[in-house]
Design a binder for this molecule. Structure first.
Ligand SMILES: [Zn+2]
Length: 136
């Protein structure tokens, strides 16, 4: 149980919580859950636009940063500048870099080092944590 305690105490404090979220969104954003792979329709979103935080609405990704990773989750090779803070979790027994919205503290996903050029990063984002706003 000591591990669980450590994880809890490391948790980034929430600044504000949108009460309109679904229970699935709440679990992923605030309990660091993960949606089933392939479950998000944003996997197939190809339009031009912006991806925003489902909790606070701040802009996180441009559609031009999105790519098809084959992972089953919406994937981006970078984010807009300075929108996330990261921490390391050990929930699966090995270190992973998880990222949170800097504005509200909501958990979005994990960053891996197997992304495409120019960054080599893969932001593996839960689709339910994002709101897509098409251009125009
Ligand atoms: Zn947010």
């Amino acid at each position: 149980m000591c591990c669980w305690k450590t994880i809890k105490s490391n948790r980034i404090n929430m600044k504000k919580k949108n009460e309109k979220l679904t229970s699935e969104q709440k679990i992923i954003l605030f309990e660091e859950g993960t949606e089933p792979p392939g479950s998000s329709e944003l996997n197939y979103e190809k339009r031009e636009g912006t991806y925003c935080c489902a909790n606070c609405g701040i802009k996180l990704f441009e559609s031009s940063y999105k790519y098809e990773s084959g992972s089953g989750w919406p994937s981006f090779f970078k984010s807009l500048p300075d929108v996330f803070e990261t921490k390391t979790d050990h929930l699966l027994g090995y270190p992973r870099t998880e990222y949170h919205c800097k504005n509200c503290g909501g958990h979005h996903g994990h960053i891996f080092n197997d992304g495409p050029e120019p960054t080599g990063k893969r932001y593996c984002n839960n689709g339910v944590c994002l709101i897509f706003e098409p251009k125009n």
